[in-house]
Design a protein around this ligand. Structure first.
Ligand SMILES: *[C@@H]1O[C@H](CO)[C@@H](O)[C@H](O)[C@H]1NC(C)=O
Ligand SMILES: *[C@@H]1O[C@H](CO)[C@@H](O)[C@H](O)[C@H]1NC(C)=O
Length: 206
């Protein structure tokens, strides 16, 4: 749903009415569900935790399980059709989080990552802000069996590479972390892990 104008005005007034101490230029309040995302089950883990703690800028989970990089390189893929359904529901997003998710084989190349960025732009509102991250990183000695040993690190490096590349105009907000006690199957987050990831996402983009 689009937030109603009265709702936007109401939340603006709430901001204005806040105590003087919290008045130091509040970061621009983004409308509810104005931020999309692409990724896989790991992104759903983030979106689940994000919703569970009451955050609303970003969409909720929408069935992206298994959708690694190669599911998103073709701009007309089934994955992008799912994205477009969300965009039709909430409006084209003004920001998009691209999570680089891989299976150990074939992994991903930087060329593929650049294609994801181009596709994210073409499926979003003009000038949408694009955030890039890798999969969550684990405690020393742990790795996600789906991405393979060193796989999560590769995705994080690719995200940083894109942010360092001035031709791409994307932001790298930081590294998602999943500690051992927050992992349920060697890869995905358990309930505590989802909430931790949700809080990390709020710290990254509100
Ligand atoms: C997009 O950004 C460019 C460059 O900053 C600007 O010239 C253009 O007006 C913006 N377009 C929209 C729709 O905001
Ligand atoms: C990106 O730039 C940062 C800051 O200069 C640097 O620490 C990092 O190693 C770079 N990463 C890649 C993958 O280029």
């Amino acid at each position: 749903m689009f937030p109603s104008i009265p709702k936007i005005i109401a939340s603006t007034m709430l901001l204005l009415a806040g105590p003087a101490t919290s008045m130091s230029l509040p970061t621009q309040q983004a409308a509810d569900y104005s931020m999309g995302f692409i990724g896989c089950s790991m992104s759903e883990n983030v979106a689940q935790g994000y919703a569970a703690i009451g955050a609303k800028r970003m969409w909720g989970p929408y069935g992206t399980g298994g959708l690694v990089v190669q599911s998103w390189t073709d701009s007309n893929s089934a994955a992008w059709q799912k994205f477009d359904q969300q965009a039709a529901k909430y409006g084209k997003p003004s920001a998009v989080w691209v999570q680089i998710c891989i299976f150990a084989n074939p992994g991903a190349t930087y060329a593929e990552v650049k294609q994801l960025i181009a596709n994210a732009r073409s499926h979003s509102a003009p000038n949408a802000t694009i955030y890039l991250t890798g999969q969550p990183q684990y405690d020393a000695g742990q790795y996600c069996f789906l991405a393979g040993q060193g796989g999560a690190e590769l995705t994080d490096r690719l995200a940083q590479q894109a942010a360092n590349d001035t031709t791409q105009n994307v932001l790298y907000p930081g590294t998602f972390i999943l500690h051992t006690a927050e992992v349920q199957d060697g890869c995905h987050a358990n309930t505590a892990g989802q909430q931790s990831l949700g809080k990390q996402a709020v710290a990254f983009w509100g």
